[in-house]
Design a protein around this ligand. Sequence first.
Ligand code: AMP
Length: 220
Amino acid sequence: MSVVVLLGPPGVGKGTQAALVAERFGGEHVSTGALLRGESSSGSQLGLKVKDLMARGDLVSDTDLFLCLESHLDRLDSSESVLLLLDGVPRNVSQVGRLDEVLRDRGMKVDKVISLTAPVEELVERFRKRWSCGKCGAVYSFESEPGVDASCSRCGASGKFERRADDGEEAVRHRFGIFREETAPVADMYAAKGLLQSVDALRGTEEVFASVSEALKKIL
Ligand code: AMP
């Protein structure tokens, strides 16, 4: 199974693109943010530990992150999948090496890194309108709060739209700061390894997807 890492600032559309690639090419979309939110809402010990940290927009510790990621990877039934799409990891320089080890232990390696790019001001504006389905996590852009009868076009759940705890303006600005300081150097590391391809994400979902698909051609 080929491994693709999706990099990019908060709100750039990593989750949307990873879900599309997974659906159309047959892949496993692994979002570390979604895994951690799942822990948090399940009330597990790990979830309780990371809940406030996440709501503030801080990163969870590498130890907690890999505990969660490795146990998920070990539960994946990937027999039908050609791709593993990693969305949200690595997020700092030390996670790059740790991720390599985790993948190597499972007979995989990072094959391609796609960096989705967009100006920060545009993304801040996107957050103001960002809602997600509380059932499946699909992300939507709404000018105002969706009505109780609004339903998710992906899973059909109705009246389940919610704002993420870390999508408020203060947490969002904090998350951009962390991206600049801790995550941006990750792209430079992958560029030095010849694995990085950048894609302009300030376009429609399908246009961005066409560029992402083009970038994946060689490994598909
Ligand atoms: P995301 O859904 O990718 O925006 O992630 C939401 C939150 O989950 C982040 O702000 C962090 O608190 C946490 N998180 C997700 N992935 C990681 C990671 N690789 N390392 C540390 N914290 C993470």
